[in-house]
Design a protein around this ligand. Sequence first.
Ligand code: NAP
Length: 239
Amino acid sequence: MWRSLQWIAVERFWPVPDKVLILGGTREAAQLARNLCEKGDEVITSLAGRTKEPAPLAGQTRIGGFGGAEKMAGWITENGITRLIDATHPFAVQISHNARIAARLADIPLEIRTRKPWQIQDGDNWQSVSGPVEAANAIPTKSRVLLALGSQHLSAFYHRDDVHFTVRMVDPPEQPLPFHSHTILAGKPSSHWRDEMQLLKDQNITHIVCRNSGGAGANAKIRAARELGLPVIMIGRPE
Ligand code: NAP
């Protein structure tokens, strides 16, 4: 009894830092890593490894899949993780599913920090669709489309030989993409809506195709589309 009271007193005045595993890959995860490091926690951010040269992160970084939920749980236990935070992209559903199982197996708390979806506002002209195939079918002929999707989803659009695509990608493709007509915009997009508006004008964009990822940074293109009255074909969240 006396010993537990002593521990409570010690932890209250000298809090024990957590060893935190952040499942990252988003701007919000990077910000969270900075905040927790400043607070004195030991932070490891896990990235899938999809981006060739990820921006440096506060704390440590590990890159690549764990090999499933059980292996993630093993990694958590071996590395003495005391807190697991899922701050992954809202369309990265497999890793979030694995995190729920791993937290249970490793018997540590899981915090979910997935971004909320954007809500339609006055002035928005959205057509909601359920996936890339539906989005490709919704594009009117002779459009000029800003395709702001992950590189894994481009093939659904290749057959649209009546459309010009401006394809946004963090890393330029290793092989030429089999679009009939396209322009590549490589690199991270601006998070300022005025930059995005200028880009939409420069590229003569008539439609945007994107996912409802949520978040402040990626919202710049949505705000720019609103300002210009451009239609957005919006892919909804996965179940
Ligand atoms: P996912 O389908 O949820 O995950 C597939 C596998 O990748 C996971 O089972 C895991 O492999 C590994 N993985 C994913 N995120 C990881 C992380 N943070 N740390 C370690 N391993 C991770 O995710 P995805 O294949 O990356 O992408 C699915 C969708 O999310 C795509 O539409 C993509 O554009 C979007 N997205 C993902 C990220 C990202 O950082 N993952 C960022 C932006 C957008 P194991 O089972 O081997 O552990």
